[in-house]
Design a protein around this ligand. Structure first.
Ligand SMILES: Cc1cc2nc3c(=O)[nH]c(=O)nc-3n(C[C@H](O)[C@H](O)[C@H](O)COP(=O)(O)OP(=O)(O)OC[C@H]3O[C@@H](n4cnc5c(N)ncnc54)[C@H](O)[C@@H]3O)c2cc1C
Length: 387
């Protein structure tokens, strides 16, 4: 039964972690990714992993790659602080000391993806744009790609994120709500900028809100160890992009309407939005890399019922996209990868359909609990404008 083949479509956080997790199962696994490489396209900047996400990474990655993820992780925030646009605090508290790699991990998204794909545990086929699946006799499944190729397998896993074609075919009634827009930017940290930045905005989990509800959160993203040094220590030969320190900022609120603004106008929109705010905020936005400013629609999936397709399943945002209000999406996607890989490993000679169904029962429960909590989170910044 060891010649069974698992096909994973989508090499984002959930799909790549699943591929790593399946490396000890004896199953043949292939990962198909539409992008031409792991470093392609803007993907966002900082991601906070909680203990669930850290546990999944620790279980799925080989030890040296997990150590590399910890070494390249972002220095934890020491303070939580909410302020008005003049940086007058409305709420502040010290945060408990975080032990990176134990109870949390702040990661640079590109670095995490490159680590998940460093020394790939399984063959990765880039540039493969998945289109649809077809049920085959004998319980197998065929995946079709845009270039006309098709590949047969015993289990097909959709990890293509919120725009999942696999979900659309498997669950045609599954609805995903659009909650609103957010604008993202990155500003490289220079000694002069750091010296000029008010301490409230440095190494803190912060949120600055104007009277009309428009808000910005600014995360200080400096690696514990510089990337090249961490690579040399933990995984010589791995190719990771060197990402020095930066501020990542997220702007949202019903006053912000970036839809229809061309990419070249987004940085100007961000500067205009904060033009009357404290100079500390204005400077970070002003000195941002205009080409690294981009906009994303925030989605929240509606609950789905278990499905009756024995050889097809979904992980991550493909099934349970959620508002980033609580920083749960990647954590839950990593948990999916961890759970599914453990259940498939335990299936040994048994049919994969049983393990897959057990995964879906548990995943749908915990994932949609997180979707609901994220949507209702009081600090969820992504409310659809009224009317
Ligand atoms: C601004 C922002 C901040 C966030 N912060 C956090 C946080 O702090 N903590 C947290 O837990 N979560 C956070 N999230 C959520 C998190 O980013 C997502 O939940 C996570 O990226 C989902 O991973 P995924 O692998 O399911 O999907 P994705 O990361 O979207 O990956 C999907 C992959 O599938 C590929 N693909 C798509 N279509 C095809 C196709 N047809 N054929 C082949 N490949 C395809 C894509 O190229 C991509 O590589 C945040 C989200 C945003 C937007």
């Amino acid at each position: 039964m060891n010649d069974r083949h698992v096909l994973i479509v989508g090499g984002g956080i959930a799909g790549s972690c699943l591929a790593q997790g399946l490396r000890r199962t004896g199953l043949a696994v292939t990962l198909f990714e539409r992008d031409p490489s792991a470093a392609h396209r803007p993907q966002g900047y900082r991601i906070s992993l909680k203990d669930t996400g850290v546990r999944a990474l620790r279980a799925c990655l080989p030890d040296h790659l997990f150590d590399l993820a910890v070494a390249t992780s972002i220095r934890p925030a020491t303070r939580m602080i909410f302020m008005d646009a003049g940086l007058r605090p409305k709420f502040a508290k010290d945060l408990p000391e975080q032990r990176p790699g134990v109870d949390g991990l702040g990661v640079n998204r590109l670095t995490l993806r490159e680590i998940l794909m460093a020394e790939p545990a399984v063959p990765v086929r880039f540039g493969m744009d998945y289109q649809r699946y077809e049920r085959l006799d004998g319980g197998r499944v065929r995946a079709h790609f845009a270039d006309g190729h098709h590949v047969d397998g015993d289990l097909l896993v959709g990890a293509e994120g919120v725009g999942s074609r696999m979900r659309a075919q498997l669950l045609p009634g599954a609805a995903v709500d659009e909650l609103g827009w957010t604008l993202y930017g990155r500003t490289w940290i220079t000694p002069a900028l750091l010296a000029a930045t008010p301490p409230e905005l440095t190494d803190s989990f912060n949120r600055v809100t104007a009277p009309d509800g428009t808000a910005i959160g600014i995360a200080t993203c400096r690696p514990l160890t510089p990337v090249p040094e961490a690579v040399a220590r933990h995984a010589p030969g791995a190719h990771l992009t060197d990402v020095p320190g930066y501020f990542s900022w997220t702007m949202s609120g019903s006053g912000l309407r970036p839809d229809g603004v061309p990419p070249a106008g987004l940085h100007r929109l961000a500067m205009d939005t904060v033009r009357d705010w404290h100079e500390g905020v204005r400077r970070i936005v002003r000195e941002a890399d205009p080409e690294a400013t981009f906009v994303l629609q925030v989605h929240s999936a509606r609950r789905v019922e278990p499905w009756d397709e024995p050889a097809v399943t979904l992980v991550g945002d493909a099934v349970h996209s959620m508002s980033p209000g609580r920083g749960e999406g990647a954590n839950v996607g990593l948990r999916d990868a961890h759970l599914l890989s453990e259940l498939l490993a335990a299936a040994e000679g048994q049919p994969l359909a049983g393990a897959k169904a057990a995964y879906e029962r548990r995943m749908l429960d915990y994932a949609f609990t997180a979707v609901d909590a994220s949507r209702d989170h009081p600090f969820a910044p992504f409310r659809r404008p009224a009317g």
